[in-house]
Every structure is written in C-alpha cells, then in structure tokens.
Design a protein around this ligand. Structure first.
Ligand code: SDX
Length: 431
C-alpha cells in the first residue's frame, strides 16, 4: 500500500510523503507543500499538527498510555524516583550507578544561587505570585553565568553542568520565591539532603528550627515531580522548543516554558481545581450544582482538572495520583472534605452524557492539588511544583533541538484576513 498522500488542488494532483513513528503514529509530511502548491495548512490550536519528531515521551490518548523513553509511567511511579527519571528523560536511558552518582553530585554542586541574586528577590512585593518570580529569576540567574551569557550551540562543552544547574537551581529559586512571597528569611540548601527533601527544607525550615522531613511526605512530593516530568508537545514544552529553535540559551527557553505553564488551562489548572473545590465546599453544594454549571457554556465555569487535548481516556497520571492521595492522607491521618468532593465530582461526571460524549476524564491536575495540600504545599505554589517537575522534559526537548544538525528556527505561517491595501490618512483628514 502506497505510503504517499495524494492531494488534488486547482485541478492538479500533488504527492506528499508520509511518516510513521515507532508506535505506528502516522503523519503527512507537508514540508514541500507551499513550494509546490502555494498553499499552506491551517490548524487552529495545532490539534492535528505535529511540530517535530521526538524520542522522549510517547502518549496514546485513546488507550491512556504514557511512557518515558518507552518505560510505562506506572512502572516509573512504582519503582523509580524523580532524579533518576530526570536522567532517563534527558539522556535517554536509566543511569547506571556511576552516572547516577555523577548526576547527583552535579546537582549538589550547583544548588546554590549567586549571593547577589538575593537583591533581585528583594525587588518583588510580598504577595507576588511565585510563578512570576520563578520565570524572572531563572533568567536573572543566567546573568551570573558567563557561559549562558555567551551561549553558542556546539560550543557548550559543559552542557551537562547547565542541565544540573537548572534542575537544581529551579528548586532553590522556587523555595526562595515562596519565602519571599511570605516575607520569610531565605533558607539555604543542606549539602547532605537529597533533592526533594532539600526543597521541603528550604520551603519550611526556620533559622532556629529545621523542618521535620517525613519520608511519606518526601515520597509523595517526589512522585508528583516524577509524574509531571514530561508530556510530549504540550503548550509549555512547545514554547520551550519554539524559543530553543532561535538558539536562545537553555535558561531563557525554560523560563519561557514557565510562563506558558502558568495559564489556568495548562499547569495553572492544579491551583484552579483547588479553588473550584473550595468554592463548592464553601457554598455547601455537594458538587451537583457545579456539574450543571460546568456544562453550561454561559456559566463561565469549567470542571477544572477534567478534559485533555490528547487523552480521550483516563490520564494514567490521574489514576496514580488518586491512589497516592488515599495513601498519603491515610498515612498522615488527614481527612480532607475537598477529596470527598473531588471523588463525587468525578463519579458524577463519568456518568454524565455531557462529559462522556466529549470524552472528558480527570487529568493530572484533578487530584494533584489535594496531595500537595495534604503535604503542606501552599496553593499558590502548586504550579511552581509542576514547573519543577516538568523541567527535565523541557530540557530534554531543548537538547533534541540543539543536537539535531538540521534544526531550523520555528516560524509558522498564517492566513491574513485583515484589510487589503490601504493608504495613509493625515491626522487632519481623519474623522
Ligand atoms: C495539562 O497538553 C498536555 O499534555 C497538558 C498536560 C501536561 O502534562 O503538560 O497534560 C497538563 O495542562 C492538563 C490540562 C489541565 N487543564 C484543565 O484541567 C482545564 C480544564 N480543561 C479544559 O480547559 C480543556 O479540557 C483543555 C484545555 C484541557 C483541553 O482543551 P481542548 O482540547 O481545546 O478541548 P475543547 O476546549 O475544545 O473542549 C471540547 C469540548 C468543548 O465543548 P463543545 O464546544 O464541544 O460543546 O469539551 C468541553 C468544551 O467546552 N470541555 C469542557 C471541559 N473541557 C472541555 N467542559 C467543561 N469542563 C471542562 N473541563
């Protein structure tokens, strides 16, 4: 069977090659379309457009499959941890013992920010959203680094150092962003703490008393980071690739990813879910009124944490997080009425034709906020936690573009529907 596409336009037939991925995904390669037909494709929201070929993450939205470098997310969640997962996603394989030791040492060696960064934190008003601080401070951190200021593809002999520096410092910046937004003194990382424990230490310790690092809390947060580590060409990762394609430096590209992630339709949804659950709880609604509103386009309400552009079946991450919710709350002996409301909303939605017909299921954000709330992460930090988790995925996608010899700057076309040729009208002649 021909693996070519035939396109008939203006009475002529054009042949376009097709591409098939390792999991059987198929695409029509339209790279030659404009040159041969003077037509471009148009695909609002890129729902039918592949922007790249990638080897990092595979998602099958119909089957609810998610794999990092081929390993099912369920296995990674059960057997791995965030730092090992970060290495796998960025470098392509699970690290052996020497590789893991070297990576861990690089993370520890790069966890401090330049002391002068403190002056930048001083500039933010108390109450500034930590996502605004995070994106600004990732770029600010690069100003203290000559290699990033003189970034040249092919000349970055120490790319692995920048990978570790960004993964390590994003956590330090995030913790400092929180402390700054609460007017609290900054807490420095400890040399002997592992990644996630150190983040909790920097978030919650005080100069006079170290925060008690509970293993079940570290495990739950580490799982949240791991489950968010990559998700193929989502809005923020595509943003990182867009910026990376101009050969901007690694920190600048990932700072752009933070901005894209902040939106409530994307990474900001975890905070929006908690706000929704709190509103429902406060109103005394058992969720049924909200479900009705979420189906009404004029209500301005959506069932946040539900729906996904790719998953038309359960988001496997939501299934894992929902179970982890029950485990963590049981271990911490917490009963959270918002979890009960979330479960009622899910149960009602999964039986409601509006959601069923539109294949709307819980996504990663539906339950993640409840775990984060249970382990003491403040709501305004939920999307920052998502950004820390997604950093390895953003870096891996940056690296794919940088390592591809045929990389080109991303420059989509458009169809112009504005005024046709017009002339300048002097001020005195304007109505
Ligand atoms: C993430 O891309 C990724 O991989 C993202 C992510 C990742 O790991 O990077 O998985 C993380 O961002 C998860 C998504 C978090 N966002 C939310 O939970 C916000 C609520 N969800 C929706 O806004 C929406 O479902 C999106 C943004 C997630 C997907 O939007 P689409 O694909 O553009 O779908 P759509 O808006 O065209 O919806 C199709 C229909 C519409 O109704 P009709 O016009 O057909 O009548 O479904 C309806 C929508 O109104 N709909 C919802 C709904 N989501 C879609 N109705 C009520 N509540 C919802 N949540």
């Amino acid at each position: 069977m021909s693996n070519e596409a035939k396109l008939e336009l203006d009475g002529k037939v054009f042949t376009l090659p097709t591409v098939e991925g390792s999991e059987g995904e198929k695409a029509v390669d339209v790279s030659s379309l404009r040159a041969n037909t003077n037509y471009i494709t148009l695909d609002d929201g890129y729902g039918n457009t592949g922007s790249c070929i990638s080897k990092v993450t595979f998602i099958d939205g119909d089957k609810g499959v998610l794999r990092y470098r081929g390993i099912p997310i369920e296995e990674m969640a059960e057997k791995s941890n965030f730092i090992e997962t970060a290495f796998l996603i960025i470098y392509g394989d699970l690290p052996n013992r020497p590789q893991l030791k070297k990576f861990s040492n690089l993370l520890t060696a790069n966890q401090f920010l330049h002391e002068d960064m403190k002056f930048h934190f001083e500039g933010f008003p108390t109450g500034a959203h930590p996502m605004a601080i995070l994106s600004a401070m990732i770029n600010a951190a690069s100003c203290f680094d000559e290699g990033l200021m003189n970034w040249k593809w092919g000349k970055n002999t120490e790319f692995d150092v920048y990978v570790a520096r960004l993964i390590s410092q994003v956590r330090t910046i995030a913790a400092y962003s929180y402390r700054k937004s609460k007017g609290l003194p900054l807490i420095y990382p400890k040399q002997n703490y592992k990644y996630t424990a150190n983040f909790l230490h920097m978030m919650f310790s005080m100069p006079y008393e170290d925060f008690e690092i509970k293993p079940e809390v570290v495990k739950a947060l580490d799982l949240i980071f791991l489950l968010h580590a990559d998700h193929e060409q989502n809005c923020s990762t595509s943003t990182v690739r867009m910026v990376a394609s101009s050969q901007a430096n690694l920190f600048a590209s990932c700072a752009a990813g933070v901005c894209a992630l902040w939106g409530p339709l994307h990474g900001g949804a975890n905070q929006a879910v908690l706000e929704m659950l709190e509103d429902i709880h406060r109103s005394g609604d058992d969720g049924s009124k909200f479900i009705t509103a979420a189906k009404d386009k004029n209500s301005g309400k959506k069932l946040m944490g539900f729906g996904h552009r790719v998953y038309k079946n359960h988001d496997p991450r939501a299934t894992i997080i929902k179970k982890a919710c029950d485990d963590v709350l049981a271990k911490l002996n917490i009963s959270d009425p918002l979890l009960d409301i979330a479960k009622k909303l899910e149960e009602a939605a999964l039986k409601d034709s509006y959601f069923v017909e539109r294949k709307l299921y819980p996504n990663v954000d539906f339950y993640s906020g409840i775990i984060m709330r249970a382990i003491g992460i403040p709501m305004e930090m939920f999307t920052v936690i998502f950004a820390i988790g997604r950093m390895p995925g953003w870096i891996a996608n940056y690296k794919e573009i940088m390592d591809e010899p045929k990389s080109r700057i991303y420059r989509p076309r458009q169809i112009y529907t504005g005024r046709t040729i017009n002339n300048y009208v002097p001020l005195e002649a304007r109505k």
